[in-house]
Design a protein around this ligand. Structure first.
Ligand code: ZN
Length: 243
């Protein structure tokens, strides 16, 4: 049941076609694990909190740095030096004190992920490295929890729903990907678009409006051209091939 205050807070989305009270209650009862509170995680956390996702778990192991602030809009200059997870909690709790926000300031690995993502409806991949994406991927397959994946590469953005065995897994898509230690170029607005699309698709997945299974959404932010690319499982995938 929504409270009177919740009816007012979410009034403008409650009157949306294909939304309404039922969808709002699904959001309220949902648990979402957001992996990373950086360039993608900032808009994801903001919009999921604002929309009323009832249980938001946010993990980031890093502290806020000056060079983060061109894009990581959850954080601010006065938060430099504090853990991003704490900074995220403060910002989101100020925005929406009606929801339950749980921050974790630690590395996501095969052991720690269980306490963060346990019983989550969906995990949101706001990571910047393939190593941790593989941790999410394994947990996703083990526990049957889908991943809303996004990634940015310069001006380009990609987005898809990972939900094995119905879709490819992260390993099917990025089998030979490796992490680089060089700083990656990124404009805040591009990360903002990517994270906002991720938040939108996460909300749509929870309320059951639609989903982007087996489709990779690709956006060139220079030309503003969107492409939808069909993707398929790799039957010989070493991670999900047995499913
Ligand atoms: Zn796979």
């Amino acid at each position: 049941m929504l409270s009177e205050k919740e009816h007012i807070r979410y009034q403008r989305q409650l009157i949306l076609p294909q939304f309404g009270t039922e969808a709002q209650e699904k959001l309220k009862n949902a648990k979402v694990f957001v992996a990373g509170a950086g360039g993608l995680g900032a808009p994801v956390c903001y919009y999921l909190a604002a929309a009323g996702v009832g249980h938001l778990v946010v993990c980031d192991r890093d502290k806020v740095e000056l060079s983060n602030l061109n894009r990581q809009i959850l954080h601010s200059t006065k938060k430099i030096g504090t853990p991003k997870s704490d900074s995220a909690f403060d910002t989101l709790n100020t925005l929406n004190p009606e929801i339950n926000i749980v921050p974790f300031n630690e590395t996501i690995d095969n052991n720690s992920i269980a306490k963060m993502a346990n019983s989550a409806h969906i995990m949101v991949d706001c990571l910047d490295n393939i190593l941790t994406r593989r941790v999410l991927n394994r947990y996703s397959i083990k526990k049957n929890i889908p991943i809303m994946h996004a990634g940015i590469d310069g001006w380009n953005t990609q987005l898809t729903l990972i939900n094995p065995p119905h879709t490819p897994c992260i390993n099917c898509l990025f089998d030979d990907a490796k992490d680089s230690t060089e700083p990656k170029p990124v404009l805040g607005a591009v990360a903002g678009i990517a994270g906002t699309l991720q938040a939108l698709e996460t909300i749509k997945y929870i309320v059951g409006t639609n989903d982007i299974s087996n489709t990779l959404i690709y956006l060139d932010s220079i030309t503003l051209e969107f492409s939808k690319i069909s993707i398929e499982k790799n039957k010989n995938c070493s991670v999900c091939g047995h499913l």
